[in-house]
Ligand binder design. Structure first.
Ligand code: GLU
Length: 296
């Protein structure tokens, strides 16, 4: 029995800022402290993805001392695995085609206790004839036919919570695979057991765990890390000018300085002095780890 793996899965649409690097450091420390393998996956299915950005992301992670086991997995090369998973679900009657526009979804009446942003089920019961008629007008998306409204997830930091599930999209109407499907298929194929990422994705964890359950892929342990904010109270984002790459490393005095700051924010480096990943791993202790929202 292999002990499983942790992972970090950046989207190469912008360079890694301090919040991304902090999450990556937690992911590596958590996996290594638990004796797990560590996987790297580039989530480059989005049209904003750029190979040059992916290369810089991997270089920045390596500069901090992160290493990973096995080859880097690129989502752009994984289409066959995604199609197979969707075909499996479709063969079991667990999918349906949806022709709703974003506007129609927003305007549709929803059940009183439906989670915010949940798909209201408009296309769930279309007849075959109606589907054929709608297909002639515009290509459909493929949605999961979910028969639960929530699913429990276990987070190492936040405990067990119930997160919303709806008939979420598996394949978009433009043919692109949806993130929720890709991430589940990839984590299972990479034998990932511990999923560390930003806590903005906690609300997606119920959908993903439920999908893993339907596909017979087991359960994941989550580690959702609070995000990093700027002084104006906005979460760091490259679009809003958050520092990244060489400018970020320079501002913090190089890799040791970045790790000193990140370690301090995690409760693993009280002095905040420059440090190394090895030192942070020696000090790593789940009971000490206090990743709060961090303002820089
Ligand atoms: N690729 C996503 C991001 O960079 C993370 C997805 C995940 O970790 O599940 O925000």
């Amino acid at each position: 029995m292999t002990p499983g793996a942790g992972r970090y899965a950046p989207s190469p649409s912008s360079d890694l800022h301090l919040g991304n690097l902090r999450t990556a450091v937690v992911a590596w420390l958590a996996a290594r402290a638990d004796g797990l393998a560590f996987r790297l996956r580039v989530e480059d299915v989005d049209h904003r993805s750029r190979p040059a950005i992916a290369a810089r992301q991997l270089a920045d992670l390596a500069a901090l001392g992160l290493d990973w086991d096995g080859p880097v997995v690129w989502q752009s090369a994984r289409g066959a695995a995604y199609r197979a998973a969707i075909a499996d679900l479709a063969g079991r009657g667990l999918t349906y085609e949806c022709f709703c526009s974003r506007r129609e979804i927003l305007d549709a009446p929803r059940a009183p206790h439906a989670p915010v942003g949940a798909y209201p089920g408009t296309c769930r019961a279309l007849s075959e004839r109606a589907v054929a008629a709608r297909r002639a007008e515009r290509p459909g998306a493929i949605r999961l036919r979910a028969d639960v409204a929530a699913w429990q997830v276990r987070d190492r930091l936040g405990g067990v919570t119930s997160q919303p599930v709806d008939d979420f999209v598996l394949r978009r109407s433009d043919g692109a695979v949806a993130y929720n499907l890709a991430v589940v298929v990839d984590d299972a194929d990479q034998r990932v057991t511990q999923i560390t990422r930003g806590d903005d994705l906690l609300a997606s964890a119920g959908r993903q765990s439920y999908l893993a359950h339907l596909l017979g892929l087991g359960t994941f342990e989550y580690v959702h890390v609070p995000l990093v904010y700027n002084r104006a109270g906005d979460r760091l984002s490259k679009r809003d000018g958050a520092m990244a790459g060489a400018a970020l490393f320079d501002a913090w005095g190089g890799a040791a300085g970045v790790l000193g700051g990140i370690g301090h924010s995690l409760g693993l480096n009280p002095s905040g002095a420059p440090t190394t990943l090895e030192v942070l791993l020696e000090r790593f202790d789940w009971t000490l780890l206090r990743p709060q929202r961090w303002t820089v």
